[in-house]
Design a protein around this ligand. Structure first.
Ligand SMILES: Nc1nc2c(ncn2[C@@H]2O[C@H](COP(=O)(O)OP(=O)(O)OP(=O)(O)O)[C@@H](O)[C@H]2O)c(=O)[nH]1
Ligand SMILES: [Mg+2]
Ligand SMILES: [Zn+2]
Length: 362
């Protein structure tokens, strides 16, 4: 018997249930999960197996923002059609999401004012992939960590292609110093080295999203974990990652362990979305330090009573950590200045208020 909970569907969540029951034709609508998306065509998994689905025209004509469109990982309600495309009627609330800000200005698809593009949703873990052999960039890992913290998923740093470097202790230590609480695991998809260490995250019903630049080996890792070729990988090794992306669309794959992986195309640049919050979590220590500076307008250069300078001197704050914090701060400020950020925040406050009200009633 098919059960969507195997795909991570948590029917117990009150919000999902409320939405489901309030919808006018609830009995005709069934839940499914988006496992693939190619242009306007979706593939859902449901009690009818894998079904092709589309969005009703109203979606495109309405004032929907890009974030309202279904993304891979979404749980949706749809009306089943055995002879053609089923119709997606609504996206259920996302318990986690990874999105990127899209400032390109040109219209993607049909939605105007595209500001937030959902990359993946409803995942439990974020695997941040970075290759050990070249292009190893702690700054980039830091940016991914920030984005992960505010996505609602738990980050795990996976350093790939360990078979190509004789010694990677230094890289592991560098990343570990940035984020003490986070697992940092070196692997090789070629020799299977380190793959066992990923096992604790491959639990039944859990969803993992793979993030990382093109060529770091996301699809290779997925194939290695699946034990077969489920995703195409670059045939010939290119000496830089500037080439075309091998993976061109997002896909959710069920592993034998019962865990699911969302593979994504490598993204050239990561537009941090609503990253301010992420920075605060990931670099909470730095933020706390700043609050302890004697002067509220401290520039942390040479002021008396500067907690940052003191921490840098006694070694409790690493210079790299401080540098990265500032780099990210600048990027975040850029993202934050977009009006969409405020809209997102207002929405969240509304849902917090709603949650508080419902708690008071009980
Ligand atoms: N030696 C070695 N090569 C690897 C390993 N993992 C991946 N590669 C190679 O790295 C190249 C890129 O791998 P992909 O898995 O396609 O990378 P990707 O991250 O999915 O790339 P995009 O789909 O473009 O985002 C391929 O040539 C792989 O064979 C590894 O563990 N060891
Ligand atoms: Mg790929
Ligand atoms: Zn200071």
């Amino acid at each position: 018997m098919f059960n969507l909970t195997q795909y991570g569907f948590a029917r117990g969540t009150t919000e999902d249930m409320a939405k489901f029951q309030n919808s006018a034709d609830a009995e005709k609508l069934i839940p499914g999960r988006v496992i693939e998306m190619q242009r306007e065509l979706y593939k859902l998994v449901s009690e009818y197996g894998e079904v092709p689905a589309k969005l009703p025209g109203a979606f495109y004509h309405g004032a929907q923002a890009r974030e309202d469109f279904p993304a891979v990982g979404d749980f949706v309600l749809f009306s089943y059609n055995s002879t053609g495309n089923s119709l997606i009627s609504q996206v259920l609330p996302r318990r986690s999401k990874f999105s990127r800000a899209d400032f390109s200005g040109h219209k993607v698809g049909y939605a105007k004012n595209i500001v937030e593009q959902i990359v993946a949703s409803n995942f439990d873990y974020v695997f941040i992939l970075c290759s050990l052999n070249y292009d190893f960039s702690p700054a980039r890992i830091g940016r991914y960590l920030s984005a992960s913290w505010q996505s609602g998923g738990f980050p795990v740093v996976v350093l790939t292609k360990a078979d190509l470097v004789p010694d990677y202790t230094e890289q592991v230590e560098t990343v570990q110093a940035m984020a003490h609480e986070i697992p940092v695991i070196a692997v090789s998809s070629k020799t299977t080295l380190g793959l066992m260490e990923l096992a604790p995250f491959l639990e039944p019903g859990k969803t993992i999203v793979f993030l990382g630049s093109s060529g770091v080996g996301k699809s290779s890792l997925l194939n290695a974990l699946a034990g077969e070729t489920v995703m195409e990988v670059k045939g010939i090794r290119e000496d830089d990652s500037k080439g075309r992306h091998t993976t061109t669309h997002r896909q959710l794959v069920m592993l034998n362990t019962g865990a699911m992986v969302i593979d994504t195309p490598g993204m050239r640049e990561l537009g941090l979305w609503n990253a301010e919050e992420g920075i605060h979590l990931s670099f909470a220590g730095v933020e706390e330090l700043i609050e302890r500076c004697r002067f509220s307008n401290c520039t942390h250069q040479s002021e008396l009573g500067c907690a940052v300078q003191a921490a840098l001197e006694d070694g409790s704050l690493l210079p790299e950590q401080w540098k990265r914090y500032n780099q990210q701060k600048n990027e975040a400020a850029y993202v934050e200045s977009k009006s969409a950020f405020l809209r997102e925040k207002a929405l969240r406050q509304k849902s917090i208020a709603r949650y508080n009200r419902s708690k008071m009633q009980n």
